[in-house]
Design a protein around this ligand. Structure first.
Ligand SMILES: Nc1nc2c(ncn2[C@@H]2O[C@H](COP(=O)(O)OP(=O)(O)O)[C@@H](OP(=O)(O)OP(=O)(O)O)[C@H]2O)c(=O)[nH]1
Length: 180
């Protein structure tokens, strides 16, 4: 009982931390959905569709964009949530100081050698974003950019395979509609 309460407590600490850090940020959809919907949704894909039960993976999913997109540092994540979670977050964090094309290229290169935990977060992140892309075109994106995102995401996912059959099957369904 106390173990499960500890897990609940730490997951809510993560959710609260991410909500505070992402407050004011919005997704790029026409409704300008609050950004926090994304990390919570990624974590929910992992538990609900992927049957993932490793608390460190769920915590990293909730926190996965805090370092990339807010003032959060990896040291802060380590201090608040431990080095295991911080290491997963580090693996899924793009270096925003690099040019766009290089960041996107590195995701393809790094995918196959990522840890299983990071691969899980990446798979769920891609599934969430691709589902969003099927629902609406992000503000300012051309149809060509949308098309290129599907193709690029399929290349990243190639390097993440053999990690979670359910999530990979859902991704493949999407790719079958958009990637030849
Ligand atoms: N599809 C979609 N994406 C949105 C939306 N709002 C925000 N995003 C975010 O935009 C990013 C994709 O846009 P890009 O222009 O390719 O990436 P960038 O943020 O790295 O510049 C994703 O970030 P990311 O977490 O870095 O993912 P990834 O592109 O690295 O996989 C995604 O989470 C939306 O309404 N729909």
């Amino acid at each position: 009982m106390s173990d499960s309460l500890d897990v609940l407590g730490i997951l809510l600490k993560c959710a609260n931390f991410a909500a505070v850090k992402h407050s004011g940020q919005r997704r790029k959809d026409p409704e300008k959905t609050p950004y926090i919907n994304h990390p919570i949704g990624v974590a929910y894909i992992l538990t609900d569709e992927g049957s993932v039960r490793d608390p460190a993976v769920i915590m990293a999913a909730i926190l996965h964009d805090t370092v990339e997109d807010t003032d959060t540092t990896l040291d802060e994540i380590k201090k608040e949530f431990g080095s295991n979670v911080a290491n997963i977050v580090a693996e899924v964090t793009d270096d925003k100081s690099l040019p766009y094309d290089e960041r996107k290229r590195l995701q393809i290169v790094h995918a196959p050698t990522s840890s299983k935990e990071a691969k899980l977060v990446k798979l769920a992140d891609k599934l969430y974003n691709l589902r969003d892309l099927e629902k609406a075109t992000p503000e300012g994106w051309s149809q060509e950019r949308v098309k290129q995102y599907f193709i690029w995401a399929s290349k990243v996912v190639e390097g993440l395979r053999g990690t979670n059959r359910q999530i990979e099957n859902s991704l493949d369904e999407i790719f079958s509609r958009h990637v030849l």
